[in-house]
Design a protein around this ligand. Structure first.
Ligand code: G6P
Length: 594
């Protein structure tokens, strides 16, 4: 995790670094800092958010610098443990995204050799290692230091007296932004989008040397050329555009996200047949690996694919699969990840490739590590998602999964074409949910008083109950659990009562009668019930305390409208409780550690 940024050019570095860090906070935000070279190296850092650092930091003059926003791994968030870290003489500054696995051994050795450490971080060894090898030749020093490090270490290095920056990419993303007499380095695109849309994606193991006028990249000791790419995201997409929070803006962007993502897989209204890099023969069974919200999208995918293709689909959290997953050699599997960088999912992808699997990645980030590992990549078109809690990327993943299932389904042409048309109506249906936001605000006000909530659903709305509960807990800090509706009576009933509301997802499909029975059982035990039900359902109002209405859609597409209502409910509940919505405590958007 962590966000890193670097600048070298003709402008003052400080504002560029601080603005960039503010856009990288989704990667971690327990502390932050900058280092600027102007003759000597000046560092300013603290265990505060970037906005506070901006206000407190003195003016540091200089046109080359580096910055960092942290998600702590080694050492608690504190001023001392914040990056940048320095060598003994304060002449080498380093920012780091990753974990040095052998840092203890290196640290002990460096201490024996006379180096003094001040922090508890693994990163500090990097500055001291470079110091050990630096005798005026930057390239040699970086290469020698890297040769001793084990683990993941994407770093930017600033050295007194050197013009520019040195960078290394190892297992976390790093891009170089190309400007006119200036160049940028960053963990991700939004941080530099204000200045340039021309980027180079570094590859794993690359070492780069960047001045205002030149870029030199080496891989395995040899100079290499990395292609320049143009970024399609625009500045507007990475800004709040008048919304109070990124999360709310991203929830509201979902009609567009559906259109863009489906448009990606269709040309002149016809499906693009090679979109998924798979053939019908690959479709005898399916394994899907993912983490977090992407895992819940994958679970919805299981129901969709099993329904439309009648093949068994196995879905596992990548973190479990890495230790316990057994697969047959060969086959095709899917890895779903919005960031393209989640360490557990990347590891699962490598494991599958080693066992001869063709791995298809579904991701939102062009040039991400996942796309480099995958045999084939399918992009979702959600645009940049800044808020830590995933919303529009989940929606885009659902669209990719629907389209995949519809592309390989053996249903008749007419039925398939009608389903595709219904799917294309989803932007309008989602907009209807968004238009009903005011009534959801009122339900959220009510919900915000409780400390424990259950979400229940059946079939493809069971994962929606899981995702609805995840959204609520991560942004409002209310303890929420998603349950398969039929399972609630096997234990959790012991927790029901007037202070434990249950949110029940009640589409008008074949789960309807069973859901009504569950709701009656819950009401009999005193819990308030909020039902998520289709417009025109008058029966439900008599059974429950509150109803959130969503438009009626084909049963296959009910997850699409239901999740939007639950996202809005979570958002407004968190807002009512005064929580830090875009940056919830202890979390990060891109989890690059195991
Ligand atoms: C983090 C984010 C979640 C996300 C998860 C998986 O925990 O906070 O929002 O769902 O990572 O991310 P991925 O990139 O693998 O989809």
């Amino acid at each position: 995790m962590c966000g890193i940024i670097g600048y070298t050019g003709e402008k003052q570095a400080q504002p560029i670094l601080l603005n960039g860090l503010a856009k990288l906070e989704y990667r971690g935000y327990d502390s932050c800092g900058i280092a600027i070279a102007a003759g000597d190296i000046a560092v300013y850092k603290d265990a505060v958010r970037v906005e506070a650092l901006k206000k407190a930091s003195p003016k540091l003059t200089g046109t080359s610098g580096i910055g960092h926003t942290r998600w702590a791994t080694h050492g608690a968030p504190s001023q001392i443990n914040a990056h940048p870290h320095l060598d003994c003489n304060g002449e080498i500054a380093v920012v780091h995204n990753g974990v040095i696995n052998n840092y203890q051994e290196l640290r002990n050795r460096l201490i024996e050799e006379g180096h003094t450490f001040v922090s508890e971080t693994d990163t500090e060894v990097i500055a001291h290692l470079i110091e050990k090898y630096y005798g005026g030749n930057l390239e040699e020093a970086i290469e020698s230091a890297v040769a001793e490090m084990e683990g993941s270490y994407t770093i930017i290095v600033l050295i007194k007296g050197e013009s520019g920056l040195a960078v290394v990419r190892k297992e976390s993303p790093l891009i170089i932004g190309l400007g006119d007499k200036e160049n940028f380095v960053s963990s991700d695109v939004p941080a530099i989008l204000d200045y340039t849309d021309r980027v180079i994606y570094l590859e794993d193991g690359d070492i780069g040397f960047i001045t205002r006028n030149s870029i030199k990249v080496k891989s395995a000791g040899k100079e290499v050329k990395r292609e320049e790419h143009k970024i399609l995201w625009n500045v507007e997409e990475a800004q709040k555009s008048g919304y109070e929070h990124f999360l709310l803006k991203e929830i509201h962007e979902q009609p567009k996200v559906i259109r863009n993502t489906l448009g990606e897989y269709t040309r002149e209204a016809e499906p693009v047949t090679d979109t998924f890099g798979m053939e019908s023969a690959d479709m005898e069974s399916m394994l899907i690996l993912a983490c977090g919200t992407s895992y819940y999208a994958s679970l919805v995918g299981k129901y969709i694919i099993e329904e439309l293709l009648r093949i068994p689909v196995r879905v596992e959290p990548a973190s479990e699969f890495n230790y316990f997953g057994h697969t047959l050699a060969g086959g095709v599997s899917l890895a779903i990840l919005q960031s393209g960088e989640t360490a557990d999912t990347l590891r699962a992808m490598k494991k599958l490739k080693e066992s001869g699997h063709k791995v298809i990645a579904i991701t939102n980030v062009v040039g991400s590590t996942a796309s480099r590992i995958a045999s084939h990549t399918v992009y979702t078109r959600a645009g940049p998602e800044i808020s830590v809690a995933a919303t529009k990327t989940f929606m885009a993943q659902l669209m990719a999964l629907y389209w995949l299932a519809l592309s390989f389904s053996r249903l008749g042409t007419r039925k398939l074409s009608s389903l595709r048309n219904e799917l294309r109506q989803m932007p309008g249906k989602v907009q209807q949910v968004l238009d009903g936001e005011e009534s959801i605000v009122e339900h959220a006000r009510y919900l915000s008083r409780f400390e424990n909530v259950f979400f229940i659903g059946r079939g493809m709305n069971y994962p929606i109950a899981l995702e609805g509960a995840l959204k609520l807990k991560e942004i409002s800090y209310i303890h929420a659990e998603g349950y398969a509706a039929g399972e609630l009576k096997h234990g959790p009933f012991a927790l029901l009562g007037t202070d434990t509301p249950v949110i029940a997802i009640v589409p008008g499909d074949n789960t309807y009668e069973a859901m009504l029975t569950n709701i009656k059982e819950i009401k009999a035990r005193g819990s308030p019930v909020i039902a998520l039900a289709e417009e025109g359902n008058e029966t439900i109002e008599e059974l429950v305390d509150r109803v959130i209405t969503v438009p009626r859609v084909n049963p296959l597409f009910t997850p699409v409208v239901n999740i939007v209502a639950l996202q809005l409910l979570a958002y407004h509940t968190a807002r009512e409780r005064g929580c830090s919505i875009d940056y919830p405590r202890n979390l990060a958007k891109s989890v690059t550690v195991e």
